[in-house]
Design a binder for this molecule. Structure first.
Ligand code: ATP
Length: 152
């Protein structure tokens, strides 16, 4: 897998992307982080793409504000995107990251997704040796939590 690795501030990637997407889609995207910068080693453009996929999904599958959290954890950083939208049934969560998989396809056809986003997101997490957790309840919302090591 080809990676363009550098040291960068992932907190500023989160802030800049949230601002651009908030303005573009006229949605409230709130970034929660106590600190200023979080240096990490990785592929900056791929991490940006990963966040774009998660925030784009949160925009498509909810109407309320979106919360993006940055948390420092032992040796790593946790990036969490929370929406208060349609949610995903527990039984479907294991399949969300498969290529072309869409939950209740008919209902979501209007948003025009391809079902590829999360499979690409998972790949980006994997090549950074991170992991993904999903917390979701239908009608309540979804949190996708990404844990990334700060050194690759
Ligand atoms: P695209 O490839 O354009 O992103 P997509 O959103 O359909 O299209 P994925 O990002 O791979 O594809 O997501 C797969 C499916 O998981 C979605 O079709 C949707 O059913 C479900 N899903 C993903 N994110 C959310 C979310 N935040 N809330 C509710 N359902 C979600």
């Amino acid at each position: 897998e080809w990676l363009d690795v550098s040291r960068f501030d992932v907190a500023s990637v989160v802030r800049e992307l949230s601002e651009v997407l908030g303005k573009t889609f006229r949605r409230q995207i709130r970034v929660h982080f106590d600190g200023h910068a979080v240096q990490m080693k990785g592929d900056k453009e791929k991490i940006r793409q990963l966040l774009l996929i998660l925030i784009d999904n949160a925009i498509k599958y909810s109407k309320e504000p979106i919360d993006v959290r940055i948390r420092l954890s032992k040796g790593g950083v946790k990036l969490e995107v929370t929406d208060y939208g349609i949610g995903v049934p527990e039984s479907e969560i294991p399949y969300m990251f498969e290529r072309f998989y869409r939950v209740d396809e008919a209902r979501h056809r209007s948003t025009g997704g391809s079902g590829l986003g999360l499979s690409i997101a998972k790949k980006i997490v994997d090549i950074h040796e991170g992991n993904v957790e999903v917390f979701s309840k239908p009608g309540i919302g979804t949190t996708i939590s990404i844990q990334l090591p700060r050194k690759l």
